[in-house]
Design a binder for this molecule. Structure first.
Ligand SMILES: [Zn+2]
Ligand SMILES: [Zn+2]
Length: 341
């Protein structure tokens, strides 16, 4: 391996540059990964636009897949040449109160990949071993990449939701997250209703496994869900408090609306609708690395896959702009040279 590697970093908000960075050895409990593919995710904007406090320059990317090429001191359970993935959560500490209670997602010392440390828009990255996900042999690196964030987020939310086989589950929004959520919901054995504005996504939603399609521009989506008996769970992949509020009454008593789309808009639901029917609004943050393993295995076993477009690493800036313009159908994946995709 060369003593340097190529990376696309952000030097200040909105400014990408292709650079060569010196190769360094992984520190204690870290591994070094030769990256083969990295998905471009909407949350990369938190880095690129500087929404989090960032120590510039920073390499974005939190859907990285590659092979371990060096182990730092103290790493156990992982091996050189093993194919691994790194998602948004950079790895739990193991000693904080939340870790000690088994709640790894809410670890107090969790770093975010591509925010606090350099991410996957590069040929090489250093990652904490506690954040690694293992990649099944029958998924290509490019196919696996989007499953580490978009896949894990939707799979985890559905897997922990209080729905049983046969229950009505609604997926709001058919985009990067929604097109995966519909597939997972179908393969988990739910009755699936997809909700989006307009009729453009209707055919695709059915192809992905939705039993019902609700055009929220033409009908009241809450009433449409109630006509189907009311949803046990609504997975909201579109951001915006209004979208959540307008479907909330479509929940059956005891149902929950799980918000996955980050946005500044408040969610306005009445206490009446919460109390009479004991409905809930909840948030869900990606998932643990073990759930990441399960996401990838389940995807390989059931044939769930993200619709992707691959582009070379050098086109990261253009890929990011296309994703931000809402023109990706549905996930863009950067692929590195010599990668086995
Ligand atoms: Zn912790
Ligand atoms: Zn993401």
């Amino acid at each position: 391996m060369n003593a340097t590697y190529r990376a696309v970093e952000v030097s200040k908000p909105g400014e990408f540059s292709e650079v060569r960075k010196p190769l360094r050895d992984p520190g204690p409990n870290q591994v070094r990964i030769r990256i083969e593919a990295c998905g471009v995710c909407h949350s990369d904007s938190a880095t690129v636009e500087g929404l989090f406090p960032i120590n510039w320059p920073r390499v974005p990317g939190h859907e990285a897949v590659g092979r371990i090429d060096a182990l730092g001191p103290g790493v156990q359970g992982w091996a050189v040449a093993q194919r691994v993935g790194v998602g948004f959560l950079g790895g739990s500490c193991g000693y904080c109160e939340f870790c000690r209670n088994g709640d790894l997602v809410n670890c107090r010392n969790q770093e975010f990949t591509g925010v606090h440390s350099d991410g996957g828009y590069a040929e090489v990255m250093i990652a904490k071993s506690t954040g690694l996900v293992s990649i099944p042999d029958d998924l290509s690196s490019a196919d696996a990449a989007p499953l580490l964030c978009a896949g894990l987020t939707t799979f985890n939310a559905l897997r922990n939701a209080p729905a049983k086989a046969g229950d009505l589950v609604a997926v709001l929004g058919i985009g990067g997250l929604g097109h995966l959520a519909v597939q997972y919901a179908r393969h988990m054995g739910f009755e699936v209703a997809a909700i989006a504005r307009g009729n453009k996504a209707a055919e695709l939603a059915k192809k992905l496994g939705a039993h019902h399609y609700i055009d929220s521009a033409a009908t009241d989506p809450a009433a449409a869900l109630q006509a189907l008996g009311g949803a046990r769970v609504i997975v909201v992949t579109a951001s915006g408090g209004k979208t959540i509020a307008e479907t909330f009454k479509g929940l059956r008593p005891g149902g929950v609306s799980i918000d996955l789309g980050v946005g500044p808009e408040p969610i306005e639901v009445t206490s009446m609708d919460l109390i009479f029917g004991e409905r809930k609004v909840a948030g869900s943050l990606t998932g643990t690395p073990a759930t990441g393993d399960a996401t990838l295995r389940f995807s390989a076993l059931s044939g769930v896959s993200a619709m992707i477009e691959t582009v070379p690493l050098e086109q990261a800036a253009a890929a990011y702009a296309k994703m931000m313009a809402g023109k990706a159908r549905f996930r863009i994946v950067l692929v590195m040279k010599n990668a086995n995709n």
